[in-house]
Write a protein that binds this ligand. Structure first.
Ligand code: CAA
Length: 389
C-alpha cells in the first residue's frame, strides 16, 4: 500500500536556508506584491518589473540547481516561497508555480545537458517564461486522449493540434508540449517536446476571460505544422505521458501551496476585519459564530500546510510522493474554497465589494480545485495508490 502519514516521520524544523527563503519571500510578498494585488486582478496583468524582481530573488527556478541558473534550493523551500507569494496574490503565484514546477522541473528531470543549457538556464533565472501544454479542447482530465499529433518529418517532427487552458500561454517564450506520435499505442505513443514559442506555425489563439487568477493569462495555443528538430524531444519519444504525470505530481504540490497561501490570506484578512468591525456594540470577533469560522480556518489551513510540507519533503527525499501530492492538493484546495467563503461571510456586505480582498480570494480559490488535476482526479489517484498491490 502507498505510504501513509504514519510511515513518514519528518522533521518539521526548517533549515536556516529554508527559513531564509521563507523570510525573503514574506518580506517581498508583503512589500512588493500585496500592494499591487487588487490592480493586478483588475487590469488582468502582472507588471513585468515585478516578475523580473522575483526572478532576481531566484523565485522562478527555486528548486533548480545553481549550475542551471536556479536558486539551488529544495521543494520544501519552493512551497514556502509559493505560500508567501500566493498569500499576497494568487495570479502572481500561479505564473511562478507553472514556470517552476511544470516547466523547469521536467527539463531538469528529463532534459539533456544541451536542452538544459539552451532552455533551463534562461527559464530558471527568469530570462524566459515557460508554459505547459497538455490539455486540449476535448481532453482535460483524460489527458491521454489528446489529438495533437507529432509526425516524423525528415530529421524532426511536425506538430499539429490545439492546446487549451494554457497558463502563461500568451506571455510564455517556451512551451513544453505533449503530442501523439503513434495513436494506436495510446499513452505509450505520446512524446514531450520543448518548443520555442516563436517557431513558425505556433500561434496564440483565444485568451480566456476568467473568474479568478485574472492577472495570469490563460490561452489557447495553436500548432499548425510546427517543425521541431530531434533536439526538441524531451526524453524518449514514448515517455511523454509519464513525463506529464510525473511533472504534475510535483506541480500538484505547488498548487497545494498556492491553496494554503490563499487560505492563509482569507484567515488573516478575516481576522483583522473581525477585530475592527463592530456590531451590536462590540467587535464581531467577540461573537462565537465568527470565532467558530476563524477557528476552523486556522485549523484547516495548518492541516493543509502539513500535508503540503509532507509531500514536498517526500519529493526532496526522492521518495514516492504521488499519493501525498494528490492528498495535499485535494485537501488544501477544499480548505481554500471553504476559507474564502467564510472570509466573504465575515466581511458581510463589504466582502462582496471589489474594494476589499475577500471577493478576490473567493474567485481565486476555486481554480485550485480544478487545474493540475481536478479534485475528482485527485481522489482517483489516491484510490489507485491505495489499491496497488
Ligand atoms: N507518474 C508517472 N507515470 C505515471 C503516473 C505518475 N504519477 N501515474 C501513472 N503513470 C503511468 C502508468 O504507469 C502508465 O504507464 P505504463 O502503461 O507505461 O505502465 C501510464 O502512466 C498510464 O497510466 P494510467 O492508465 O493510470 O493513465 P490514465 O490514462 O488512466 O490517466 C489520470 C490517469 C490520473 C486520470 C491522468 O490522466 C491524470 O492525472 N489526469 C489529469 C490531468 C491533469 O492533471 N491535467 C492538468 C492539466 S495541466 C494544468 O492544469 C496546467 C496549468 O496550466 C496550470
Amino acid at each position: 500500500m502507498a505510504v501513509t502519514a504514519a510511515d513518514v516521520g519528518f522533521d518539521l524544523t526548517l533549515t536556516d536556508e529554508q527559513e531564509l527563503a521563507q523570510r525573503t519571500a514574506r518580506e517581498f510578498a508583503t512589500e512588493k506584491v500585496l500592494p499591487h494585488a487588487t490592480e493586478i486582478d483588475a487590469k488582468a496583468a502582472i507588471p513585468k518589473a515585478l516578475l523580473a524582481e522575483m526572478a532576481s530573488l531566484g523565485f522562478m527556478g527555486i528548486a533548480v540547481p545553481e549550475r542551471w541558473g536556479g536558486a539551488g534550493l529544495d521543494t520544501v523551500s519552493a512551497v514556502l516561497v509559493m505560500e508567501e507569494i500566493n498569500r499576497a496574490c494568487a495570479s502572481t503565484g500561479v505564473v511562478m508555480s507553472v514556470n517552476n514546477s511544470l516547466v523547469c522541473q521536467p527539463l531538469l528531470r528529463h532534459g539533456s545537458d544541451t536542452q538544459k543549457e539552451r532552455w533551463l538556464r534562461p527559464l530558471a533565472s527568469g530570462k524566459l517564461l515557460g508554459c505547459f501544454a497538455l490539455s486540449e479542447p476535448a481532453s482535460g482530465s483524460d489527458a491521454a486522449a489528446m489529438r495533437t499529433s507529432a509526425k516524423r518529418d525528415g530529421q524532426g517532427w511536425l506538430l499539429s493540434g490545439t492546446k487549451n487552458f494554457i497558463t502563461n500561454g500568451a506571455s510564455a517564450d517556451v512551451v513544453i508540449v505533449f503530442a501523439q506520435t503513434d495513436p494506436p499505442k495510446g499513452h505509450r505513443g505520446i512524446a514531450a517536446f520543448v518548443v520555442d514559442k516563436k517557431t513558425k506555425g505556433l500561434t496564440v489563439g483565444k485568451v480566456e476571460h476568467k473568474l479568478g487568477i485574472r492577472g495570469s493569462d490563460t490561452a489557447q495555443l495553436i500548432f499548425d505544422g510546427v517543425r521541431v528538430g530531434d533536439e526538441g524531444l524531451l526524453g524518449e519519444a514514448s515517455a511523454g505521458f509519464r513525463i506529464a504525470l510525473d511533472t504534475l505530481d510535483g506541480g500538484r504540490i505547488g498548487i497545494a501551496a498556492q491553496a494554503v497561501g490563499i487560505g492563509r490570506a482569507c484567515l488573516e484578512d478575516a481576522l483583522a476585519y473581525a477585530k475592527e468591525r463592530e456590531a451590536f456594540g462590540k467587535k464581531i470577533a467577540e461573537f462565537q459564530a465568527i470565532q467558530e469560522m476563524l477557528a476552523n480556518m486556522a485549523t484547516e489551513v495548518d492541516a493543509a500546510r502539513l500535508l503540503t510540507w509532507r509531500a514536498a519533503a517526500l519529493k526532496d527525499r526522492g521518495e514516492d510522493h504521488v499519493m501525498a501530492a494528490a492528498q495535499a492538493k485535494l485537501f488544501a484546495s477544499d480548505v481554500a474554497v471553504r476559507a474564502a467563503r467564510d472570509c466573504v461571510q465575515i466581511f458581510g456586505g463589504y466582502g462582496y465589494l471589489t474594494e476589499f480582498p475577500a471577493e478576490r480570494h473567493y474567485r481565486d480559490a476555486k481554480i485550485t480545485e480544478i487545474y493540475e488535476g481536478t479534485s475528482e482526479i485527485m481522489k482517483l489517484v489516491i484510490a489507485e495508490e491505495l489499491l496497488k498491490e
